[in-house]
Design a protein around this ligand. Structure first.
Ligand SMILES: [Mn+2]
Length: 542
């Protein structure tokens, strides 16, 4: 496993804090020596976040779809393979000398996997004595044969690339029809003369280190070998090309993107120990052994701006949560090992991250200061939300000084960019920040949308009510609501549709024939809307 990589991310459906906290914290981590710290996002960024990243020239973090272990995360055997035309001997030497894989991938000239060779394939060919005529069933390249025999070619030519004739050791049987494809092995120079000039052999292999005296004018290729005839015969099978005996069907292979848990399941179901890993183009990526996947550690993750499993990345259960930096209620996370956690009831995760920069006496670059300031303004609605604290405000001011921006001016530009209705439909607007809450038997979806152009949005109130009704009809809930927050007036228009509308009537003083009402000073969903609905429902919110 690539242990040095650390995945840092905020919640799904990310807001500006989730993105900026991940980016700013990854920067701090790298600054203090965690070189693999990398910020990710768990979904599309909002128009507001897009504006912020663009404003400070920071690239959008990469999308993270899951943190499940994949083959590509493992350190596997190098893609050492041999060409399909190589002799068995090469493969065997590789198997013996390799302290890693006993499986030899066989590739063609462009490194595409053609088959695999295991020890069993090789031993079988040496144990199989029914195989009288090996050249009939197996390919032996002439060049490989000479190489295996460590032969010295002294004259003539074997015309064929592949050995395709008969092989004789010693005298030629009576009545044999000899042609230029045939090879004879002889340990006697007198015999060799006879063979060379009376028959039309393709190759004469002289064994026992005999000098090829008197064979200068033979047509056959003369090869001298410093070994006994018996030894030469026993070496011939080693010259068989690997492609003659390799496995080509039923090969179990994997890709870099395969999930480790799935791979383990497949491994358990069969007897092989090693498996080729193939790239998309069919070339060899490496070889996977059972031991590579046993007891493998999870990916290291740091959760920022959230701690609930349901809001987090897919496959979190397989990951190793090493830190949580957050400002929300503590929910349902369980970890295997102790972890570092920094949670405070502040208005924004980035306020905590600013503190951590200070703790580590790390310098805050201009762009990181800008990102953290933007997150604080976004989460605290320009310090007006009841979740905002004096610490958030003081931190925001320090960050604005480093970033060199005017808070009021920048905040206005950011909220304007994020609430630009020219760039989204009413349905999309309702989806920018929608959360589900349960109130006993009842449940409500509550969207929040901030605007600097309240009047313009209110002109479309019929469309808003229609979209809320559409959403209510398409989703299992008792109430569909929108909190349209006017950033200039510091209050919100509350829209409510659904069979439990009387909850909203009770909570916010709406009349029964009214579907929306302006509430002065109400800007926080979690602190001002949810508790009142909960009281109206006669229970507590979940
Ligand atoms: Mn936050």
């Amino acid at each position: 496993m690539l242990q040095d990589k650390v995945y840092i991310f905020g919640h799904k459906n990310p807001d500006t804090d989730s993105i900026c906290a991940a980016v700013a914290y990854a920067n701090l981590k790298r600054e203090i020596g965690v070189v693999g710290a990398t910020a990710y996002r768990l979904g599309d960024i909002s128009l507001e976040t897009e504006f912020v990243l663009d404003y400070f020239g920071v690239p959008i973090p990469e999308l993270l779809t899951d943190v499940k272990g994949r083959i590509g995360d493992l350190k596997v055997y190098d893609p050492v393979s041999i060409l399909e035309t190589e002799p068995i001997k090469t493969a065997w030497d590789m198997m013996l000398n390799s302290d890693t894989s006993r499986l030899v991938p066989i590739t063609d000239g462009s490194n595409k996997l053609k088959g695999i060779l295991g020890m069993g394939n090789v031993t079988q060919i040496f144990m199989d004595d029914s195989d009288d005529d090996i050249t009939e069933h197996h390919e032996i390249l002439y060049e490989n044969l000479i190489r295996i025999l460590n032969g010295r070619q002294v004259g003539g030519n074997y015309k064929y690339e592949q050995f395709c004739g008969n092989l004789y050791a010693g005298p030629v049987p009576d009545g044999a029809v000899i042609c230029d494809k045939d090879i004879v092995i002889s340990g006697s120079i007198e015999n060799a003369w006879k063979l060379a000039y009376e028959y039309d052999f393709g190759c004469i292999i002289l064994t026992n280190g005999i000098a090829p005296k008197g064979l200068e004018n033979a047509k056959a290729n003369i090869v001298c070998v410093n070994a006994s005839t018996f030894k030469v015969v026993s070496l011939i099978k080693q010259a068989i090309s690997v492609r003659s005996i390799m496995n080509t069907s039923g090969i179990i292979s994997f890709t870099k993107d395969d999930y480790i848990d799935k791979v383990l399941e497949i491994m358990r179901g069969n007897r092989f120990r090693n498996f080729p890993i193939i790239n998309d183009d069919g070339t060899l990526y490496g070889v996977l052994s059972r031991r590579h996947v046993m007891g493998v550690a999870g990916k290291k993750v740091i959760m920022v701006d959230h701690n609930e499993r349901s809001q987090s990345v897919e496959g979190l259960e397989q990951a190793d949560i090493i830190e949580i930096i957050d400002h929300h209620r503590l929910a349902d996370i369980q970890t295997e090992a102790p972890l570092y956690s920094h949670m405070e009831p502040l208005g924004c995760t980035c306020t905590i991250i600013y503190k951590m920069y200070k703790e580590h006496e790390a310098e805050i670059p201009k762009d990181m200061a800008g990102l953290m300031l933007a997150a604080i303004l976004s989460d605290t609605l320009n310090f007006t939300s009841p979740t905002s604290t004096s610490i958030d405000k003081a931190t925001g001011e320090k960050l604005a000084a480093i970033a060199g921006v005017d808070i009021a001016e920048f905040g206005r530009a950011m909220f304007k960019a994020g609430t630009n209705l020219d760039k989204m439909s009413i349905a999309e607007m309702l989806n920018v920040d929608r959360k589900r809450f349960s109130f006993g038997e009842k449940s409500a979806y509550i969207s929040q949308f901030n605007t600097l152009d309240f009047e313009a949005v209110m002109k479309r109130k019929d469309e808003i009510l229609q979209e809320l009704a559409n959403f209510y009809n398409a989703n299992e809930c008792s109430l569909a609501m929108l909190m349209l927050t006017d950033l200039d007036r510091n209050g919100s228009e509350i829209f409510a549709v659904g069979r439990a509308k009387e909850m909203a009537d009770v909570a916010f003083g709406m009349k029964s024939d009214q579907n929306h009402i302006f509430l002065d000073g109400v800007v926080s969903r979690k602190k001002q809307i949810v508790p009142d609905l909960s009281k109206a429902a006669g229970g507590s919110a979940v």
